[in-house]
Design a protein around this ligand. Sequence first.
Ligand code: ATP
Length: 240
Amino acid sequence: MNTLLRVSDLRVRYGHSVALSGVDAQVGDGELVAVAGANGAGKSTLVNAVAGWSRGRATVSGSIELGGREVVSLPAHRRCKLGVVLVPEGKSVFEQLTVDENFRMVRPPRHATGKRYEIDDVYEVFPQLRERAHARCATLSGGERQMVAIGRALRAAPRLLILDEPSVGLAPRLVVEVLQHIRALVEGGLSVLLVEQNVKAALEVADRMYLLEQGRVVGSGSAAEMRDDDRIVSAYLGRL
Ligand code: ATP
Protein backbone atom coordinates (compact mmCIF):
# COMPACT_ATOMS: atom_id res chain seq x y z
CA MET A 1 0.00 0.00 0.00
CA ASN A 2 1.29 3.47 -0.86
CA THR A 3 1.75 5.88 2.02
CA LEU A 4 -0.39 8.97 1.46
CA LEU A 5 0.34 10.81 4.71
CA ARG A 6 3.64 10.50 6.55
CA VAL A 7 4.06 12.46 9.79
CA SER A 8 7.58 12.33 11.22
CA ASP A 9 8.86 13.69 14.53
CA LEU A 10 5.97 16.14 14.76
CA ARG A 11 6.27 18.53 17.67
CA VAL A 12 3.71 21.15 18.65
CA ARG A 13 4.04 23.66 21.48
CA TYR A 14 1.53 26.23 22.66
CA GLY A 15 3.85 28.87 24.11
CA HIS A 16 5.96 26.90 26.58
CA SER A 17 3.53 24.05 26.91
CA VAL A 18 4.35 20.96 24.84
CA ALA A 19 1.28 19.33 23.25
CA LEU A 20 2.99 16.86 20.88
CA SER A 21 6.51 15.64 21.41
CA GLY A 22 7.79 13.73 18.41
CA VAL A 23 4.85 11.95 16.80
CA ASP A 24 5.33 9.54 13.89
CA ALA A 25 2.22 8.35 12.03
CA GLN A 26 1.16 7.26 8.57
CA VAL A 27 -2.01 6.82 6.57
CA GLY A 28 -1.93 4.64 3.47
CA ASP A 29 -3.98 5.07 0.31
CA GLY A 30 -7.49 3.80 0.97
CA GLU A 31 -6.83 3.26 4.66
CA LEU A 32 -8.93 4.28 7.67
CA VAL A 33 -6.65 5.15 10.57
CA ALA A 34 -8.09 6.07 13.95
CA VAL A 35 -6.48 8.14 16.70
CA ALA A 36 -7.49 7.45 20.28
CA GLY A 37 -6.42 8.91 23.61
CA ALA A 38 -7.72 10.57 26.75
CA ASN A 39 -8.82 14.20 26.90
CA GLY A 40 -5.84 16.45 26.36
CA ALA A 41 -3.66 13.68 24.87
CA GLY A 42 -3.09 15.77 21.74
CA LYS A 43 -5.50 14.24 19.19
CA SER A 44 -6.95 17.53 17.95
CA THR A 45 -3.50 19.11 18.02
CA LEU A 46 -2.27 16.33 15.75
CA VAL A 47 -5.04 16.56 13.16
CA ASN A 48 -5.05 20.37 13.22
CA ALA A 49 -1.30 20.33 12.55
CA VAL A 50 -1.76 17.93 9.62
CA ALA A 51 -4.42 20.21 8.10
CA GLY A 52 -2.44 23.38 8.83
CA TRP A 53 -5.09 24.62 11.25
CA SER A 54 -2.88 24.97 14.32
CA ARG A 55 -4.38 27.65 16.48
CA GLY A 56 -3.31 30.13 19.08
CA ARG A 57 0.39 30.41 19.68
CA ALA A 58 1.14 26.96 18.27
CA THR A 59 4.68 26.28 17.09
CA VAL A 60 4.88 23.29 14.78
CA SER A 61 8.05 21.47 13.75
CA GLY A 62 8.85 18.15 12.13
CA SER A 63 7.68 16.79 8.81
CA ILE A 64 4.25 16.26 7.25
CA GLU A 65 4.38 14.70 3.80
CA LEU A 66 1.43 14.18 1.53
CA GLY A 67 2.13 11.81 -1.34
CA GLY A 68 5.85 12.44 -0.81
CA ARG A 69 5.50 16.25 -0.82
CA GLU A 70 6.48 18.22 2.28
CA VAL A 71 3.51 20.35 3.36
CA VAL A 72 4.43 21.33 6.93
CA SER A 73 5.02 24.97 6.07
CA LEU A 74 2.05 25.37 3.69
CA PRO A 75 -1.00 27.32 4.90
CA ALA A 76 -4.27 25.43 5.38
CA HIS A 77 -5.87 26.56 2.12
CA ARG A 78 -2.91 25.25 0.09
CA ARG A 79 -3.07 21.89 1.86
CA CYS A 80 -6.80 21.81 1.20
CA LYS A 81 -6.15 22.26 -2.51
CA LEU A 82 -3.77 19.30 -2.29
CA GLY A 83 -6.60 17.26 -0.82
CA VAL A 84 -6.15 17.52 2.95
CA VAL A 85 -9.67 18.30 4.16
CA LEU A 86 -10.50 18.57 7.86
CA VAL A 87 -13.94 18.37 9.45
CA PRO A 88 -13.29 19.97 12.86
CA GLU A 89 -15.05 18.96 16.04
CA GLY A 90 -18.40 20.63 16.61
CA LYS A 91 -20.25 23.00 14.38
CA SER A 92 -19.12 22.83 10.78
CA VAL A 93 -22.38 23.41 8.93
CA PHE A 94 -24.29 26.62 8.32
CA GLU A 95 -27.37 26.00 10.40
CA GLN A 96 -29.51 28.73 8.84
CA LEU A 97 -28.91 27.39 5.32
CA THR A 98 -30.49 24.33 3.77
CA VAL A 99 -28.63 21.08 3.20
CA ASP A 100 -28.42 21.84 -0.50
CA GLU A 101 -27.13 25.37 0.09
CA ASN A 102 -24.45 24.01 2.40
CA PHE A 103 -23.23 21.74 -0.38
CA ARG A 104 -23.43 24.43 -3.07
CA MET A 105 -21.15 26.71 -1.07
CA VAL A 106 -18.20 24.36 -1.54
CA ARG A 107 -16.55 23.83 -4.89
CA PRO A 108 -13.66 21.53 -5.62
CA PRO A 109 -10.37 23.25 -6.42
CA ARG A 110 -9.75 23.62 -10.15
CA HIS A 111 -6.85 21.19 -10.20
CA ALA A 112 -8.23 18.83 -7.58
CA THR A 113 -6.26 15.62 -7.26
CA GLY A 114 -8.82 13.90 -5.04
CA LYS A 115 -12.09 12.36 -6.15
CA ARG A 116 -14.67 14.97 -7.11
CA TYR A 117 -18.08 14.66 -5.53
CA GLU A 118 -20.88 16.46 -7.32
CA ILE A 119 -23.87 17.26 -5.12
CA ASP A 120 -25.68 14.25 -6.52
CA ASP A 121 -22.72 12.05 -5.56
CA VAL A 122 -22.97 13.31 -1.98
CA TYR A 123 -26.65 12.34 -1.92
CA GLU A 124 -25.64 8.89 -3.19
CA VAL A 125 -23.38 8.59 -0.16
CA PHE A 126 -26.03 9.91 2.26
CA PRO A 127 -29.43 9.04 0.70
CA GLN A 128 -31.37 10.29 3.71
CA LEU A 129 -30.05 13.81 3.10
CA ARG A 130 -31.68 13.90 -0.33
CA GLU A 131 -35.06 13.87 1.38
CA ARG A 132 -33.94 16.77 3.57
CA ALA A 133 -32.24 18.71 0.76
CA HIS A 134 -34.39 21.82 1.30
CA ALA A 135 -34.55 21.65 5.08
CA ARG A 136 -32.56 24.13 7.11
CA CYS A 137 -29.69 22.40 8.86
CA ALA A 138 -30.90 23.72 12.23
CA THR A 139 -33.87 21.34 11.90
CA LEU A 140 -31.77 18.22 11.29
CA SER A 141 -30.80 15.56 13.81
CA GLY A 142 -27.24 15.54 15.13
CA GLY A 143 -26.39 12.56 12.95
CA GLU A 144 -27.77 14.21 9.81
CA ARG A 145 -25.89 17.41 10.60
CA GLN A 146 -22.68 15.42 10.91
CA MET A 147 -23.42 13.84 7.52
CA VAL A 148 -23.82 17.34 6.05
CA ALA A 149 -20.45 18.31 7.53
CA ILE A 150 -18.83 15.25 5.95
CA GLY A 151 -20.69 15.91 2.68
CA ARG A 152 -19.31 19.46 2.59
CA ALA A 153 -15.82 18.04 3.05
CA LEU A 154 -16.38 15.58 0.19
CA ARG A 155 -17.32 18.50 -2.07
CA ALA A 156 -13.76 19.80 -1.57
CA ALA A 157 -12.40 16.67 -3.33
CA PRO A 158 -10.33 15.21 -0.48
CA ARG A 159 -7.50 12.74 -0.87
CA LEU A 160 -7.18 12.60 2.89
CA LEU A 161 -10.35 13.26 4.85
CA ILE A 162 -9.68 14.13 8.49
CA LEU A 163 -12.53 13.85 10.95
CA ASP A 164 -12.22 15.17 14.50
CA GLU A 165 -14.74 13.37 16.69
CA PRO A 166 -17.59 13.06 14.19
CA SER A 167 -19.67 11.09 16.68
CA VAL A 168 -19.52 13.52 19.57
CA GLY A 169 -22.96 14.05 21.09
CA LEU A 170 -24.63 11.39 18.94
CA ALA A 171 -26.83 8.57 20.22
CA PRO A 172 -25.03 5.18 20.04
CA ARG A 173 -27.09 4.04 17.04
CA LEU A 174 -26.12 7.16 15.12
CA VAL A 175 -22.45 6.76 16.06
CA VAL A 176 -22.46 3.37 14.34
CA GLU A 177 -24.35 4.78 11.36
CA VAL A 178 -21.96 7.69 10.82
CA LEU A 179 -18.90 5.45 11.20
CA GLN A 180 -20.32 2.95 8.72
CA HIS A 181 -20.78 5.74 6.18
CA ILE A 182 -17.14 6.67 6.74
CA ARG A 183 -16.09 3.05 6.21
CA ALA A 184 -18.06 2.96 2.96
CA LEU A 185 -16.13 6.02 1.72
CA VAL A 186 -12.88 4.20 2.49
CA GLU A 187 -14.09 1.13 0.60
CA GLY A 188 -14.55 3.54 -2.31
CA GLY A 189 -10.84 4.44 -2.13
CA LEU A 190 -10.72 7.48 0.17
CA SER A 191 -8.09 7.74 2.93
CA VAL A 192 -9.36 8.79 6.35
CA LEU A 193 -7.73 9.93 9.58
CA LEU A 194 -10.33 9.70 12.33
CA VAL A 195 -10.20 11.03 15.88
CA GLU A 196 -12.74 9.07 17.85
CA GLN A 197 -13.51 8.97 21.57
CA ASN A 198 -15.67 5.91 21.10
CA VAL A 199 -12.76 3.51 20.74
CA LYS A 200 -14.91 0.40 20.63
CA ALA A 201 -16.91 1.74 17.69
CA ALA A 202 -13.76 3.07 15.99
CA LEU A 203 -12.12 -0.36 16.15
CA GLU A 204 -15.12 -1.81 14.30
CA VAL A 205 -14.37 0.30 11.23
CA ALA A 206 -10.67 1.24 11.37
CA ASP A 207 -7.82 -0.58 9.67
CA ARG A 208 -5.27 0.69 12.18
CA MET A 209 -5.17 2.81 15.31
CA TYR A 210 -2.71 5.06 17.13
CA LEU A 211 -3.00 5.55 20.87
CA LEU A 212 -1.79 8.94 22.10
CA GLU A 213 -0.85 9.74 25.67
CA GLN A 214 0.49 13.11 26.76
CA GLY A 215 1.56 14.08 23.27
CA ARG A 216 3.26 10.80 22.35
CA VAL A 217 2.26 7.70 20.43
CA VAL A 218 2.31 4.96 23.07
CA GLY A 219 0.74 2.23 20.96
CA SER A 220 -0.19 1.47 17.38
CA GLY A 221 -1.26 -1.49 15.32
CA SER A 222 -4.01 -3.08 13.30
CA ALA A 223 -7.55 -2.90 14.69
CA ALA A 224 -7.25 -6.57 15.69
CA GLU A 225 -3.98 -5.96 17.55
CA MET A 226 -5.31 -2.86 19.29
CA ARG A 227 -8.42 -4.70 20.43
CA ASP A 228 -6.06 -6.92 22.47
CA ASP A 229 -3.78 -4.11 23.65
CA ASP A 230 -3.89 -3.98 27.46
CA ARG A 231 -4.08 -0.18 27.61
CA ILE A 232 -6.96 -0.11 25.13
CA VAL A 233 -8.78 -2.91 26.94
CA SER A 234 -8.44 -1.39 30.40
CA ALA A 235 -9.15 2.23 29.43
CA TYR A 236 -11.79 1.81 26.71
CA LEU A 237 -13.15 -1.70 26.28
CA GLY A 238 -13.34 -3.05 29.81
CA ARG A 239 -12.27 -6.56 30.79
CA LEU A 240 -14.60 -9.41 29.95
P1 ATP B 1 -9.92 16.32 23.74
O1 ATP B 1 -10.29 14.90 23.63
O2 ATP B 1 -10.25 16.92 25.07
O3 ATP B 1 -10.34 17.16 22.57
P2 ATP B 1 -7.24 16.14 22.63
O4 ATP B 1 -6.60 14.81 22.77
O5 ATP B 1 -7.81 16.51 21.32
O6 ATP B 1 -8.30 16.33 23.77
P3 ATP B 1 -5.77 18.60 22.41
O7 ATP B 1 -6.98 19.44 22.29
O8 ATP B 1 -4.95 18.37 21.22
O9 ATP B 1 -6.12 17.18 23.05
O10 ATP B 1 -4.86 19.23 23.57
C1 ATP B 1 -3.54 18.79 23.87
C2 ATP B 1 -2.94 19.74 24.91
O11 ATP B 1 -2.71 21.01 24.35
C3 ATP B 1 -3.83 19.96 26.11
O12 ATP B 1 -3.03 20.06 27.24
C4 ATP B 1 -4.51 21.30 25.81
O13 ATP B 1 -4.84 21.96 26.98
C5 ATP B 1 -3.43 22.03 25.04
N1 ATP B 1 -4.00 22.96 24.03
C6 ATP B 1 -4.82 22.64 23.02
N2 ATP B 1 -5.12 23.73 22.26
C7 ATP B 1 -4.45 24.77 22.82
C8 ATP B 1 -4.33 26.17 22.52
N3 ATP B 1 -4.94 26.72 21.45
N4 ATP B 1 -3.57 26.93 23.33
C9 ATP B 1 -2.93 26.38 24.41
N5 ATP B 1 -2.99 25.07 24.75
C10 ATP B 1 -3.74 24.28 23.98
